[in-house]
Every structure is written in C-alpha cells, then in structure tokens.
Design a protein around this ligand. Structure first.
Ligand code: TMP
Length: 203
C-alpha cells in the first residue's frame, strides 16, 4: 500500500513519522518511510537548492526541480518497493506540488496536470493531511529552526495552501483525510495509526 503524509509547516509530520516507525517495527509490519524532496542522492542535491533562501528561483523552475525529484524518487524507490509488496509512506508527495506551486505560487492545475500526467506516477491510496491554523504552525516552525526558502513566505501563501488541502479532502473523501494536529501528539498518532491499519485490512 502507498500512503502519503501532507502537512503545513510545524504541523508535526516528523513527530508522527517517528511514532509510526516505532509502531510498525514493533508490530512487524513492513513499511518503507521516504520523503520529498530529497529521498535519492540526486534528490538531496535538488532539496538543497530548493530550500536555500539565498537562491532566487522562478516558480516554474521550482516546479521542474520538484517534479524531477519526484520522478527519480518514484522510479528508484517507490515503484520498486510497491512491486515487492512493501508498504510505502512518503512524507509529502504529489499533493504538495498542487498545494505549494499550484495554490501557493499560482501555477495552474491544468499545467501541473500536463507536466505530471505523462510520468505515470503512482497515486497514494491514502493521504493524511495534518491540519493546523497557519499562524500556529509558523510559530512552531520558527521556534524549531532557522526558516528555509518556503517558510520565509508570507502568511497569505500558507493560507492558500491550507485552503487547497482542505478543499482536496472534500473532493477526494476516499483518499484524502484530515487530522486536526492541534490535538495532543499521542492522539494524532492513534488516529493516524488506526486509519492506516483500517486501510491495510481493507486490502
Ligand atoms: P519539508 O519541510 O516537509 O521537508 O518540505 C520541504 C519544503 O518543500 C516544504 O516547505 C514544502 C516544499 N515542497 C513544495 O513546495 N512542493 C512539493 O512538491 C514538495 C514535495 C515540497
């Protein structure tokens, strides 16, 4: 099974991933945890460029770099794992591009469809979105680390991204599920774990 995890800045993706890793290991459920951008060697180089705030990047260049990272990621990591029946959980995937480059930067959905559709990228069967009010997430992100090129954007950029994700959940209720990440991290883990186990059992 292929799952993607999406979330706004500071929404707690890393904490949730740590708990899920421990849980699956303990229960001997095989899961490959991966992420975008930067899962492959070439992707790590692309990630460095993408997050470096001293580099100015055109929104289309940004999109091409992210899609290049995704194609390498899909071909080298995701598709081979799924072919061996290994479950995959990717920290960010295709919805991030529609959210950040589409809703955030203003690139049309049609254009993003045109560049990604020919690539035959595998689609997740389940996407979990950790939702948090934008200001709360940015406060957490600022407290945690130095801000990267994306995190330096203004609040309206992140509001557009959040609205996009919330809208996606309405449009794709079978695949796309929202978890309120202002809840306690234990509760966020319990809800996510149960959603994943339910999907695994359905297969
Ligand atoms: P991360 O902080 O979750 O590791 O992600 C790095 C940044 O990359 C995050 O701010 C969102 C951004 N991003 C996009 O803008 N588009 C994409 O398609 C992906 C995968 C990430």
């Amino acid at each position: 099974m292929f799952i993607s995890l999406e979330g706004s800045e500071g929404a707690g993706k890393s904490t949730l991933i740590d708990s899920l890793k421990k849980f699956f290991k303990k229960n001997k459920i095989e899961f490959l945890f991966t992420r975008e951008p930067g899962a492959t060697k070439e992707g790590q180089i692309l990630r460095e460029i993408l997050l470096d705030k001293s580099i100015e990047i055109d929104p289309y260049t940004e999109t091409f770099l992210l899609v290049a990272d995704r194609l390498q990621h899909a071909n080298k990591i995701i598709i081979p794992a799924l072919a061996k029946d290994i479950n995959v959980l990717s920290d960010r995937y295709i919805d991030s591009t529609y959210a950040y480059q589409g809703a955030g930067r203003g690139i049309s959905q049609k254009y993003l469809d045109q560049i990604m559709e020919p690539l035959n990228l595998p689609m997740p069967e389940l996407t979990i979105y950790l939702d948090l009010p934008v200001e709360d997430g940015l406060k957490r992100a600022k407290y945690r680390d130095e801000l990267d090129r994306f995190e330096e954007e203004d609040i309206k950029f992140f509001e557009r991204i959040r609205s996009f994700y919330l809208d996606q959940a309405k449009k794709n209720p079978n695949r796309f599920l929202i978890i309120d990440s202002s809840k306690d991290k234990e509760e966020v883990f319990e809800i996510s774990k149960n959603l994943i186990l339910k999907k695994l059992n359905e297969k």
